[in-house]
Ligand binder design. Structure first.
Ligand code: HCB
Length: 214
């Protein structure tokens, strides 16, 4: 039952049907589907669209329509997740999508899940200048800086963020976590990041470990 309802949301996203995605997401929640499982299902649907785009089977307007449907469906699930938010802050997590990159869906999901887990999350948004990550991290005395990059071109700015943190003298005080579709553990190691997270659940688990909350 639960998988059928998740499938319904996935189909709506893959068919670019925003209203249906919203309706199906609400239906799934009402039927008691786990909100985290629901978001994971949506993520898988979005990845399929990305693969099709890669193969030239769909084009940018399709990707935009699917991402609009996904964002609308995520918005239905978010209040439910936020209702489960933990009380006291376990650390300050500064997150943003790197300079030159406007992909926000994954970053937003990570921010929501971290916030539910008890982090005090500050979201810089998208296309964030490298230096802004460093300045804001210093100002907030952040525990973790999370830089999201979805393109092979913009992932280079994750390295630039690490360098900016070094320049303002806080690289040894703050942990850097990197994520996004083209990112790997190998890349994280190469640029001197402290951690790589493959998805939002991973991000929460690793972030908790980094601040000693697990
Ligand atoms: Co976009 N796009 N796109 N896109 N896009 C990608 C990323 C490509 C891989 C598609 C492809 O070619 N196969 C590709 C990049 C190729 C490359 O590497 N060079 C690409 C391209 C080329 C572009 C444009 C340049 C297209 C154009 O204009 N010609 C343009 C970018 C402009 C720019 O940024 N300057 C563009 C635009 C768009 C939109 C606007 C249509 C839309 C984004 C809407 C939005 O975000 N508000 C979009 C989308 C949706 C995608 C795909 C299809 C899906 C991305 C997504 O939302 N995935 C993507 C294909 C793909 O990723 N395979 C495609 C779902 C989320 C939930 O997964 O991986 O983002 P996620 O996040 C995960 C995970 O990575 C991790 O946790 C998240 C949750 O589980 N994580 C973190 C992410 N950040 C983290 C940070 C942390 O601290 C910790 C963990």
């Amino acid at each position: 039952m639960s998988s059928e309802l998740i499938q319904k949301v996935q189909d709506a996203i893959k068919n670019y049907k925003k209203d249906e995605a919203v309706k199906a997401a609400q239906e799934a929640l009402d039927a008691g589907v786990d909100p985290v499982e629901l978001i994971e299902g949506m993520t898988a649907a979005m990845r399929e669209i990305g693969d099709k785009f890669d193969k030239g089977e769909v084009f940018l307007p399709h990707v935009m329509a699917a991402s609009e449907a996904m964002k609308a469906a995520v918005a239905v699930v978010e209040p439910v997740l936020k209702g489960a938010k933990a009380g006291e802050s376990i650390g300050v997590y500064l997150i943003g999508t790197v300079e030159g990159d406007i992909h926000t869906i994954g970053k937003d999901i990570v921010a929501t899940m971290l916030s539910i887990a008890g982090f005090d999350v500050h979201d810089l948004g998208r296309d964030v200048p490298n230096v802004e990550f460093a300045n804001k991290a210093k100002e907030l005395n952040a525990d973790i800086v999370g830089a999201s990059a979805l393109m092979t071109t913009t992932m280079l700015n994750q390295r630039a963020v690490v360098e900016e943190l070094e320049k303002v003298g806080i690289k040894d005080k703050v942990k850097v976590m990197v994520g996004g579709a083209p990112i790997t553990q190998e890349w994280a190691d190469k640029i001197g990041a402290d951690a790589y997270a493959e998805n939002a659940l991973d991000a929460v688990r690793i972030a908790k470990k980094l601040v000693g909350a697990e």
